[in-house]
Design a binder for this molecule. Structure first.
Ligand SMILES: [Zn+2]
Length: 227
């Protein structure tokens, strides 16, 4: 696992070269955003300890397996000391409920044991982070805006290999996010809504951080058929 200090409040953890999770520093420890594929719990806990705190909260951008894969193992190890927050619709999908008509792409783990303490639908605060609804890649997808410096954790609405790209259309550098996207027009609308937040930093589930991302996001939206 690779550890990258992006800002003093934001640490990027990368496994298998392509799956990111984030430690967001708070006064009481860390919020972990996303949990990667299975098998990463010990390394993420150790990374938080090395950075000087414990994981106090685990919040998911969405329920796909490469974001929820280590959730049960983390919850097993951290127990009641950790609060788990999952987007409402994705939590229901993970619980086996059918929440949308038609087919739901992407990998949705079956038999996830950890139920959320809090279901997110947007507008909530998670420590310093504001929850921003951004459906499309998955039905319940949310992003997180750090109100301290307007860093944006955008999940899988964008990927950033080579350049920023919206996950609503194929881009050869990372086609997997597109294959997993549920509603392409909603995904594009969410990309536009995230751009309108005027973030100072863009970090995503797959790809490196982009600082001062305004132009990169505009170009990605134009490429995706938006404006
Ligand atoms: Zn995804």
């Amino acid at each position: 696992m690779k550890t990258t200090t992006v800002t003093s409040n934001l640490i990027q953890l990368t496994r298998f070269r392509f799956v990111n999770t984030y430690l967001v520093r708070e006064d009481d420890g860390f919020t972990l955003i996303d949990t990667s594929l299975g098998g990463g719990a010990d390394r993420m806990i150790a990374a938080a300890q090395r950075a000087g705190g414990a994981i106090r909260r685990i919040a998911l951008t969405h329920g796909h397996g490469d974001h929820s894969g280590s959730l049960d193992a983390l919850k097993e190890r951290l127990g009641d000391s950790v609060e788990v927050l999952i987007p409402e619709l994705d939590a229901r999908i993970l619980a086996g409920e059918r929440v949308v008509d038609g087919k739901l792409p992407g990998s949705w783990p079956k038999g996830l044991k950890t139920a959320p303490d809090v279901r997110l639908s947007g507008g909530e605060r998670v420590g310093s982070l504001e929850v921003v609804p951004s459906p499309g890649h998955s039905p319940g997808h949310v992003a997180f805006l750090d109100t301290r410096d307007r860093s944006l954790i955008a999940g899988d609405v964008f990927t950033t290999y080579g350049r920023a790209s919206v996950s609503n259309h194929f881009y050869w550098r990372f086609p997997f996010a597109t294959m997993a996207t549920w509603d392409r027009s909603k995904d594009l609308e969410s990309a536009q809504a995230l751009r309108a937040l005027d973030p100072t930093l863009l970090v995503v589930g797959h790809g490196p951080a982009i600082r001062a991302p305004r132009e990169a996001m505009d170009a990605a939206i134009a490429q995706a058929g938006g404006r």
